[in-house]
Design a protein around this ligand. Structure first.
Ligand code: FMN
Length: 223
């Protein structure tokens, strides 16, 4: 087989010149600002604009803090928080049980933008979980039952067999119940940063922070 052409990683660079972010341009609060940028991301060529990297900090076997990141899909947002759904026995959920402080990062590279939300995760109420679970395709609902997310698997066949078993188990049921081990996390933000790439690496960064649990104040940060 031919050797792949060498890519010079250190020479990969683009200029960030799609826009600017000034104090005057910012919305009154970070939720309106997020909604505005999210609408633009959704309107762009970005694949899965609602994909975000959630970082958690759990404990390793020695009891030391151990960060971990993975992509999930944002499924709801409001002034109350930012919601994603997952397996409640997964590695990420176990991390959150130990330490609810998480960050959510939206990498909107095509727009030369990044949003980072820091906050505390809390469980989504069961009625909302039920509503969302049943809005998903039947195959995804069965997939949730079939996968012990984050657990070791002997091979692919084991997973496929578990799925087939779930198909049989629920064959007669029009409505598939929500597994107890499946649910949602709502991240209640304490800090939201908006990053707009600029030329010469002199990017625009504004962070909204909550003061007195009441008012959001934006501050410009050095790039
Ligand atoms: C684009 C994309 C979207 C994803 N969305 C979700 C999601 O909404 N929920 C989820 O549990 N996993 C999702 N995953 C899979 C996770 O990245 C991850 O593999 C899984 O949740 C297990 O993570 P954990 O072992 O750290 O808990 C997604 C992966 C990708 C690449």
């Amino acid at each position: 087989m031919e050797k792949p052409a060498q890519v010079s990683v250190r020479d990969l660079r683009i200029s960030y010149d799609l826009g600017v972010l000034t104090h005057d341009m910012l919305a009154q609060n970070p939720f309106d600002q997020f909604a505005d940028w999210f609408a633009q991301a959704a309107d762009s060529e970005i694949l899965e604009p609602n994909a975000m990297v959630v970082s958690t900090v759990g404990l390793d076997s020695q009891g030391n803090a151990r960060p971990a990141s993975r992509t999930v899909l944002l499924k709801d947002f409001s002034e109350l928080g930012f919601t994603f759904y997952t397996n409640l026995e997964s590695a990420k959920s176990l991390d959150i049980a130990v330490n609810p402080n998480v960050t959510l990062l939206f990498p909107w590279y095509e727009l030369h933008r990044q949003v980072i939300i820091s906050g505390r995760a809390k469980l989504v109420p069961r009625d909302l979980v039920e509503e969302y679970f049943h809005s998903r395709p039947r195959q995804s609902q069965l997939g949730a039952w079939a996968s012990q997310q984050s657990a070791r698997l002997e091979n692919r066949e084991v997973l496929d067999a578990q799925y087939a078993e779930c198909e049989l188990r629920f064959a007669e049921r029009e409505v598939i119940p929500v597994p107890d081990f499946w649910g949602g996390w709502e991240v209640v933000p304490t800090r939201i940063e908006f990053w707009q790439g600029r030329e010469s690496r002199l990017h625009d960064r504004f962070v909204f922070e909550l003061h007195d649990d009441l008012t959001w104040f934006p501050t410009r940060l050095s790039p």
